[in-house]
Write a new protein. Structure first.
Length: 262
């Protein structure tokens, strides 16, 4: 009963890939640093998952596209120990100001599409990381994106793309979950990658998340995920959605769920 108005403030044609990502993340740099995806145990797990799939060595040239505040880039740098710093590419100036503080990271202010087209002063990379960012690129532009990224890879290069399944499994309120399914360009995600010339392998990894429910509610209210942006979820809808979750978890002190990466 509390979810029917969650998307009521949306324009009829509003889509997840159409809002201003740079503005959104610039506003939330501080909140993003404190979000559960950046908590040390979870972050280390995510680094280990990506490292396992990178098959990387110290000679690799690594770029983290959509790297945000750079803590994941730094984690990869410490795990792989490459001879050169990890390049963190992001369109948010606020995020990159944080990333600049990491010793193993250099930064480039750019969208994924612009980086794919223009590169980094002619440098080629052997490993590219795209972690939880592909949903910001419209499906209609993904073949071009991956075709251009292909040209930025050295011989034997690899892209490690980390995203979430269609059944996200995260305890958001109902209409947000429905919106995710409607907008998420997941079902044919392999097609533009294969069309660009890549061979593709896919599997899932999961991490059990548990936290006090009030901490989780505050994470949601801070709108750190783009799907919770004001463009999608009005103030009234957020309040209604939190009421829905309070009712759902009224007999629980903690909330737990499997964070699944594809």
């Amino acid at each position: 009963p509390h979810s029917s108005s969650v998307m009521g403030e949306l324009k009829d044609d509003y889509q997840l890939d159409s809002f201003n990502h740079e503005h959104f993340f610039n506003k939330r740099t501080q909140e993003y640093e404190g979000a559960f995806p950046n908590w040390p145990p979870f972050l280390q797990w995510a680094v280990n998952v990506v490292k396992k799939n990178m098959d990387a060595c110290s000679e690799d040239k690594i770029v983290d596209i959509g790297g945000g505040i750079g803590n994941f880039s730094q984690g990869i740098y410490e795990a792989i120990k490459p001879s050169s710093k990890v390049l963190c590419v992001d369109p948010s100036e606020g995020m990159l100001k944080v990333a600049e503080n990491y010793s193993g990271v250099r930064t480039l202010l750019s969208s994924a599409e612009d980086f794919a087209e223009k590169g980094d002063d002619g440098k080629l990379f052997t490993r590219m990381i795209m972690k939880e960012m592909i949903h910001h690129v419209p499906i209609s532009k993904q073949e071009t994106l991956f075709s251009n990224l292909y040209k930025q890879l050295d011989l034997g290069g690899k892209i490690i793309l980390v995203t979430r399944p269609l059944d996200i499994g995260i305890p958001f309120f109902t209409s947000v979950l429905e919106f995710w399914v409607k907008e998420w360009p997941h079902t044919n995600m392999k097609d533009p990658i294969i069309s660009a010339g890549f061979s593709v392998s896919q599997h899932e990894e999961s991490y059990r998340v548990e936290m006090p429910k009030e901490v989780w509610f505050n994470q949601i209210k801070s709108r750190i995920w783009s799907i919770l942006a004001e463009e999608f979820v009005s103030k009234e809808a957020m309040e209604s959605g939190i009421l829905e979750l309070r009712e759902k978890f009224k007999d629980e002190e903690t909330i737990s769920f499997d964070n699944v990466y594809v």
